[in-house]
Design a binder for this molecule. Structure first.
Ligand code: FAD
Ligand code: SIN
Length: 522
């Protein structure tokens, strides 16, 4: 089946939905999403969304905090754009019906998280993402110009390569004509031709065994763009959230929001002693890279599987008001957080790197935009400031839409794109091979490419990955196309990019910490 649309949006998280809602006022939008529409990282966001709302906060303070968290690797121009446009984008969310918590006097209730010098995080209790996702989905479903295709997996973006024209990493003018998309009803691959394609496929967390990310976070967009010879950058900067609930049987790991530390909760060791001051004067509210490394170090020194978060210091009413979801979750496994310490560990949480984009969300491939976690705008540098990612998705999906709309009338469809070439046979062993390889990949990434790295560990990871890559490519060529094999290939691609970029960075900076390159004193 072949279909033509003005805008193809791949992904239904905050980035995809915001782009779709705006683009739909200018043309036909088709949104493909590989699971249920709300199966996104967005819906799990807890802490909230950072923006400058009231004095004494200022744009300068938020810009400064973002630069410090990013270890000065952030692109200052992009940081300025993001922060200065934050207030307008938040007001749009409110217009779409998003209900942020307010204080008794009717002002927005603002929380604080690690690395923020002011209270500036808007939230809806501890389920901010769910509130945003639900309101945006409602608006998208009501828009006549938006077609939503659930359980449709984008497999590859279509470029000249598919017309038989050779494309390599030096090719300057690669153009995107849409995407090949797996259709679950027919089990065939459809061709969706688009004037403009928006990649909004989210993060990469499942490349690691221990992650806060839902199963959809397999880095598909990043891998597709890399295979299409587009620019992907900064993949070594994988953010580990310092505090997910230690509950080894649960995947993904349940997040314990940083806003709890903002409200006063303190990290403690097994003896109940606060340890963060040993590592940083900002204590439990130091930027995430520092806190995650400190916890990693404490666990290695003590031999314990976790540390603790003491939230008993927070007023009970505040727990019930602001953190009802975390309270209920912990209680369900026998932990009353108003009385008991919460066992926590770090887990892979966020990719600061991704598809390289400019200030208009444009990728290096013509007519292909990227926004949200799969994009690398330059905002986060070497480490993301907490709650800046929902904001980044808002700002750059908006900017991408402005740019796309301006150019849409100059773009014509590509008419000679061939259908997907389906070959292969069903292999009996296929599923078990895919699941085992996925587990092996996750183990390699956790063991050798985690919070603390070294040249030797990275080399080991690369060697092991090479084997997984070769075996999986063999399997992919032989077998009938399935979502599972596509995702596995993407995860291996992403693992490779993380390792490659980590090997190339001969220093410790932000989230990339190597024993071979001790950090420079600043
Ligand atoms: P997502 O919301 O992940 O959406 C990606 C979409 O792409 C999904 O619909 C998925 O199905 C689809 N997709 C992927 N691949 C394909 C494919 N091949 N074909 C078709 N569809 C595809 N950030 C904050 O700023 N504040 C927070 O408080 C916060 N808390 C968080 C808590 C948790 C537990 C997690 C996991 C993340 C949190 N983050 C937070 C990060 C933030 O939620 C994400 O970075 C952000 O939601 C990403 O939005 P997105 O639109 O880019 O991607
Ligand atoms: C959290 O609530 O701690 C997550 C915030 C984020 O990842 O930005």
């Amino acid at each position: 089946m072949q279909k033509k649309v003005d805008f193809l949006v791949i992904g239904s998280g905050i980035a995809g939905l915001c782009f779709a809602l705006k683009a739909a006022n200018y043309g036909k939008v088709c949104m493909v999403t590989k699971a249920n529409i709300d199966d996104t990282s967005t819906r799990y966001a807890q802490g909230g969304i950072a923006a400058v709302i009231y004095q004494p906060d200022t744009y300068e303070k938020h810009i400064n905090d973002t630069m410090i968290a990013g270890d000065q690797l952030s692109d200052r121009h992009i940081v300025e754009i993001t922060i200065r446009e934050s207030t307008d984008r938040i007001m749009e969310l409110v217009e779409w019906g998003v209900d942020f918590d307010k204080t008794a006097n009717g002002k927005f209730a603002l929380a604080k998280e690690g690395g923020h010098s002011e209270f500036r995080v808007l939230h809806h209790k501890d389920v901010t993402g769910l509130e945003i996702e639900q309101k945006l989905i409602l608006a998208a479903k009501q828009h006549d110009n938006i077609e939503i295709l659930e359980r449709h997996l984008a497999i590859e973006i279509i470029t000249q390569h598919h017309l038989g024209i050779e494309v390599n990493r030096q090719t300057k003018d690669i153009t995107c004509y849409g995407s090949y998309v797996y259709n679950p009803q027919t089990k065939q691959v459809d061709t969706i031709l688009a004037k403009t394609t928006m990649m909004a496929t989210g993060g990469i967390g499942t490349v690691y065994g221990n992650t806060s990310n839902p199963a959809i976070a397999t880095g598909d967009g990043i891998a597709m763009v890399y295979r299409a010879k587009g620019s992907v950058t900064n993949m070594e900067f994988v953010q580990f959230h310092p505090t997910v609930l230690y509950n080894p049987r649960e995947t993904p790991s349940f997040l314990i929001t940083e806003a709890m530390r903002g409200a006063g909760a303190i990290l403690k060791d097994a003896d109940g002693v606060a340890f963060m001051e040993k590592y940083d004067p900002r204590g439990s509210l130091a930027p995430r890279d520092i806190v995650a490394r400190a916890i990693d170090n404490e666990m290695k020194q003590s031999g314990c599987d976790h540390v603790y978060l003491d939230a008993t210091v927070i007023d009970k009413n505040e727990i019930f008001e602001h953190f009802p979801n975390i309270y209920a979750k912990c209680l369900s496994i026998g932990i009353d957080i108003t009385k008991d310490f919460i066992p926590v560990v770090p887990a892979a949480h966020y990719s600061c790197g991704g598809i390289k984009t400019d200030e208009w969300g444009r990728s290096s491939i013509h007519n292909l935009y990227a926004a949200g976690e799969c994009a690398c705008t330059g905002l986060h540098g070497a480490n993301r400031l907490a709650s800046n990612s929902l904001l980044e998705a808002l700002v750059f999906s908006h900017r991408a839409c402005l740019n796309a709309v301006e150019n849409i009338n100059d773009i014509t469809f590509c008419d000679n794109v061939p259908d997907w070439d389906t070959k292969g046979t069903v292999l009996n062993e296929e599923m078990v091979l895919i699941t085992q390889t996925k587990k092996e990949l996750q183990t390699v990434m956790c063991n050798y490419v985690g919070i603390v790295r070294s040249n030797l560990r990275l080399k080991r990871a690369l060697d092991r990955l090479w084997l997984l890559y070769s075996e999986t490519e063999e399997l992919y060529k032989k077998s009938i196309l399935s979502p599972e094999i596509c995702e596995l290939r993407n995860m291996i691609n992403v693992g490779y990019l993380i390792i490659k970029n980590a090997m190339e960075r001969k220093e410790s900076l932000g989230l990339h910490y190597s024993l071979d390159y001790p950090p420079q004193k600043k």
